[in-house]
Design a protein around this ligand. Structure first.
Ligand code: TYD
Length: 216
């Protein structure tokens, strides 16, 4: 879609998508690339309000309703942020996107990826990532990192390790079906090693990537 380049970062809770989205966007900006860094659920004022609802541990949300709320936030995100940025030639770096719904609601909740995809068609239209980077990490290690960080678990994180394990397997199946548009990177290493691998994937996949020498 458009002339820009759309990268999404994915992974279970605690795998480091937020940190890596920041490092990737910074690196691109340092090279003079116009970057829009954003996140899901969120990225717009409506999306951030839906995010509060979706992550509130006190909210009781049916699994199908959950799919539709994430999709609603996504539709607004595409219309207001992602599609305009891409049509202006920017690189969009999104901390989570469609694959989060396929993995969390499709595999984690057990609704199946096909049903979740059907519900999301209206939200994404033709706006699919050029590259999805999957940060792969064992649920036990991800939980340890979340505990070290010390923030209170949100509604999704309260679903437990077995849920996160299903989400992880879901991500791996999705990645396997996406060919060149997907890259799985082990997140069980220090953040700079992970960032270097992600950077290599981006420059390999994006023909507009600035030419650089070394791993900078
Ligand atoms: P996350 O971005 O991981 O926030 P933080 O880093 O502050 O914990 O939180 C978003 C949560 O929402 C995460 O558990 C994944 C979940 N999620 C879905 O279940 N479906 C979706 O479509 C998206 C975008 C996120």
């Amino acid at each position: 879609m458009g002339h820009g380049f759309f990268v999404a970062l994915e992974g279970i809770d605690g795998s480091g998508t937020t940190t890596q989205a920041l490092l990737l966007a910074d690196r691109l900006e340092c090279l003079g690339v116009r970057v829009v860094r954003t996140r899901e659920p969120g990225g717009t004022s409506l999306g951030e309000r839906l995010r509060e609802l979706l992550l509130d541990p006190r909210a009781a949300i049916d699994a199908r309703t959950e799919v539709l709320l994430y999709a609603a936030a996504r539709a607004q995100h595409v219309a207001e942020v992602i599609a305009p940025a891409l049509s202006q030639g920017a690189v969009v770096v999104s901390d989570r996107y469609l694959a989060s719904s396929l993995a969390y609601q499709g595999y984690g909740r057990g609704l199946g990826p096909e049903l979740v995809w059907q519900a999301n068609k209206l939200a994404v239209s033709t706006c699919l990532p050029d590259l999805t980077l999957y940060l792969d990490l064992a649920p036990e290690e991800a939980l340890r990192r979340r505990r070290d960080r010390g923030d209170a678990p949100d509604r999704i994180e309260l679903c437990g390790d077995a849920f996160q394990a299903r989400v992880r397997q879901g991500y791996l199946s999705l990645a396997a079906s996406q060919g060149d548009a997907a890259q799985v990177v082990s997140a069980a290493r220090d953040r700079d090693s992970v960032a270097a691998d992600l950077w290599a994937s981006v420059t390999a996949c994006w023909s507009g990537a600035p030419q650089t020498t070394g791993d900078g």
